[in-house]
Write a protein that binds this ligand. Sequence first.
Ligand SMILES: C[S@@+](CC[C@H](N)C(=O)[O-])C[C@H]1O[C@@H](n2cnc3c(N)ncnc32)[C@H](O)[C@@H]1O
Ligand SMILES: Nc1nc2[nH]cc(C(=O)O)c2c(=O)[nH]1
Ligand code: SF4
Ligand SMILES: [Mg+2]
Length: 215
Amino acid sequence: MYICSMINKEIQQLINKGEMLPLMEEFYTIQGEGFYTGKAAYFIRIGGCDVGCHWCDVKESWNAKLHPPTKTDLIVKNAAENANTVVVTGGEPLMWSLDYLTKMLQKNNLKTHIETSGAYPLSGFWNWICLSPKKTKLPLAPIYSEAHELKMIIYNKNDFKFAEEQASKVNENCELFLQPEWSNREKMTPLIVDYVMKNPKWKISLQTHKYLNIP
Ligand SMILES: C[S@@+](CC[C@H](N)C(=O)[O-])C[C@H]1O[C@@H](n2cnc3c(N)ncnc32)[C@H](O)[C@@H]1O
Ligand SMILES: Nc1nc2[nH]cc(C(=O)O)c2c(=O)[nH]1
Ligand code: SF4
Ligand SMILES: [Mg+2]
């Protein structure tokens, strides 16, 4: 029991430093969404999220305790052997300190991209930040000026208004995307098409990996 709690404490300290992370899965695939759609990328999915989107397509990620603490050096090694671009996602990856992970990825000449709700403090060194705000836990203020891409999920008609509110907060160079919520895509996709033609500052983003049947 005593040894166990000593090991747990050490693991917790490594997690606090970002030298270990609760890894859910890692896979090499093609970015299916947003600005970099079509680009090969190595995905690192870190467990843990309490934002609570009822339509979340990775609910298995939510409980961080189900995902084993993994040495960040090992994650970096696997990524560097495979790809030139890494997408860090989750879960909500900003629940964890990502400075060490991204420093090591960039040291290995990998481009670092993140998918985040922005609900936790921004850490890490990023070549691309995709911010996807959620009503249940809004982004913290500092990330709006840092985001390269705003990707709003459209589940119902009210979400267009929320999308515009969030777009008013990002920087003027930020790329703007509307993405249909997957289970409601047949209903919402035509409305998004119409909206984008009327409001051409927006682009449509589809979850193309789901159409391609790839991870
Ligand atoms: C699973 S989340 C993980 C990263 C982070 N928690 C976030 O929400 O940005 C990755 C991306 O998938 C989007 N997403 C999640 N569930 C979706 C669904 N059912 N339909 C469309 N997009 C979805 C999120 O908005 C986010 O842009
Ligand atoms: N191919 C592919 N592209 C993605 N873009 C964002 C994803 C995510 O879950 O964060 C994702 C994903 O899970 N698969
Ligand atoms: S913030 Fe991201 S991971 Fe968390 S519930 Fe929402 S979509 Fe899922
Ligand atoms: Mg996904």
